[in-house]
Design a protein around this ligand. Structure first.
Ligand SMILES: NC(=O)c1ccc[n+]([C@@H]2O[C@H](COP(=O)([O-])OP(=O)(O)OC[C@H]3O[C@@H](n4cnc5c(N)ncnc54)[C@H](O)[C@@H]3O)[C@@H](O)[C@H]2O)c1
Length: 351
C-alpha cells in the first residue's frame, strides 16, 4: 500500500510558465519600453516597429536578434504576438489600439489613450466585449519614488484632510511643438500630452474623481510657428469629495522639464522642488520644513511594464488599470473642451 506521506510530483511545478511575446511600435520613448519587457523573466520582445527605416535600424542595432518591421499592421496582425506597446505619434494611438484589441492583444499605450471622446468610448466598448484583453497606459509619475512616498503619507493620515492640490507641467522643450511631429499633426493637445501626467497623479493621490472643470489657454510662447493650438493651459478642478485643484501645462516655459506639485492638507503641505521637495508641518515661520529627498523623477519610462506583464499573467488589474486610464482621459477631454469653449464643463464618464 503506498504511504500517504510519499511525495508526489507537483503538476503545477512541471507546467512550463507561460511566456509572453511582446512588440513595440514607435522607437522614440518606445525604446525604453523594450527594456521594460526584457526586464521581465516571462517576456520576450520579438518585434520592433518604426515607419522610419533609419530609426528602426538605429534602435534595432541595439537589440540584435529582434525582428524589425516598418509597418505597424505587420505587428498588430501577427497572431504570434501577445502584447503590444503603442508608442507611435498621438494621432495613431486610436487606430493601433482598435486593431490590437480586434486581434486579441494586450495593449500598453503611451499617453494619451486617444484624441476624442468618441474614440475613447469606442475603445471602452471594444474592451467591454473582450474582457480578457488588458489595457494600460504609461502614466509614469505613479512610479516616481517621491510621489509614492507622498501617497503613503497621505494614506497614513499625515496630511489630515486634503483640501487643495496644484500641479503644473513645465515641458521645457518648446522646440518639440515648434518643430517635429507634435506641431505637424492635425491636432495636438498639451493637456493630453503633458498635463495628463499631473491629472493622473492628482486622481491617484486623492483617490477621488474630478467632476467639473474650467480652463483657459493661450498660444503666446509658440506664436508665429507651425504650432496652431494652445501651448499653455490652466484649469480649475472640482473634486467629488470637495477638494479643489488647479492643473496647468506650459510647453513654452523657460526652465528645464519639471512637474510642479503642491498638496495641501489640514495637517501638512508638500511642495515638489529641485533637487528636493519640502514638507511643511507647521504654520510657524520659525519651524523649518523637512526636505523630501526621495528620487524624482527616479523611474525609467518602462517602469510600469513589469507590473503590466504580471497583471496579464495573473489575470489581475495592472498598476495603471483601464479604469484609471479612462478616468484620467475623461478629465483631459473636459479641460480641452472648457479651454476651447470658455465654459465650465462637467467631466463625463467614458461609458
Ligand atoms: N509617458 C511619457 O512620459 C512619454 C514621454 C515621451 C513620449 N510619450 C508619448 O510617446 C509617443 C511617441 O512620442 P516620442 O517622444 O517617443 O516621439 P518620437 O518622435 O521621439 O518617436 C516616435 C517614433 O515613432 C515612430 N512612429 C510614429 N508613428 C508611427 C506609426 N504609425 N507606425 C510606426 N512608427 C511610428 C516615429 O517614426 C518615431 O521614430 C507620443 O504619444 C508621446 O505622447 C510619452
Amino acid at each position: 500500500m503506498p504511504s500517504c506521506t510519499q511525495s508526489q510530483p507537483d503538476p503545477a511545478a512541471a507546467r512550463p510558465t507561460k511566456r509572453l511575446r511582446a512588440a513595440v511600435i514607435g522607437l522614440g520613448v518606445g525604446e525604453a519600453h523594450v527594456a521594460g519587457y526584457q526586464g521581465h523573466e516571462a517576456c520576450d520582445v520579438v518585434a520592433l516597429c518604426d515607419f522610419s527605416r533609419e530609426r528602426l535600424e538605429t534602435v534595432g542595432a541595439k537589440f540584435p536578434g529582434i525582428e524589425l518591421r516598418d509597418s505597424a499592421d505587420a505587428v498588430l496582425d501577427d497572431p504570434d504576438i501577445d502584447v503590444v506597446s503603442i508608442a507611435s505619434y498621438d494621432n495613431y494611438h486610436y487606430e493601433h489600439i482598435v486593431r490590437a484589441i480586434a486581434n486579441d492583444k494586450h495593449v500598453f499605450v503611451e499617453k494619451p489613450l486617444c484624441l476624442t471622446e468618441g474614440q475613447a468610448t469606442h475603445i471602452r466598448q471594444l474592451l467591454g466585449a473582450q474582457p480578457s484583453v488588458k489595457l494600460s497606459s504609461n502614466l509614469i509619475l505613479r512610479q516616481c519614488p517621491r510621489f509614492i512616498a507622498l501617497k503613503e503619507r497621505i494614506e497614513h493620515g499625515d496630511f489630515g484632510e486634503l483640501f487643495l492640490l496644484e500641479g503644473h507641467y513645465e515641458y521645457g522643450r518648446l522646440h518639440k511643438i515648434t518643430e517635429g511631429w507634435r506641431g505637424a499633426i492635425d491636432f495636438y493637445s498639451v493637456v493630453y500630452g503633458g498635463a495628463i501626467h499631473l491629472i493622473d497623479l492628482m486622481l491617484w493621490l486623492t483617490g477621488d474623481d474630478v467632476v467639473e472643470v474650467a480652463a483657459f489657454g493661450n498660444q503666446i510662447a509658440s506664436r508665429g510657428t507651425q504650432f496652431k493650438y494652445n501651448d499653455t493651459v490652466v484649469a480649475a478642478l472640482k473634486f467629488a469629495g470637495g477638494v479643489v485643484g488647479k492643473v496647468g501645462v506650459s510647453y513654452g516655459c523657460v526652465r528645464p522639464h519639471f512637474h510642479e506639485l503642491k498638496v495641501c492638507g489640514t495637517k501638512a503641505t508638500f511642495i515638489n522642488g529641485d533637487p528636493h521637495g519640502l514638507l511643511y508641518e507647521s504654520r510657524d515661520p520659525n519651524v523649518a520644513p523637512t526636505p523630501v529627498t526621495q528620487p524624482y523623477p527616479g523611474a525609467s519610462k518602462g517602469a510600469l511594464i513589469e507590473g503590466f506583464i504580471d497583471a496579464i499573467l495573473e489575470d489581475a488589474e495592472p498598476p495603471v488599470g483601464k479604469e484609471d486610464v479612462f478616468r484620467t482621459m475623461s478629465v483631459c477631454l473636459a479641460i480641452e473642451k472648457a479651454a476651447a469653449t470658455g465654459t465650465t464643463c462637467p467631466v463625463r464618464c467614458i461609458e
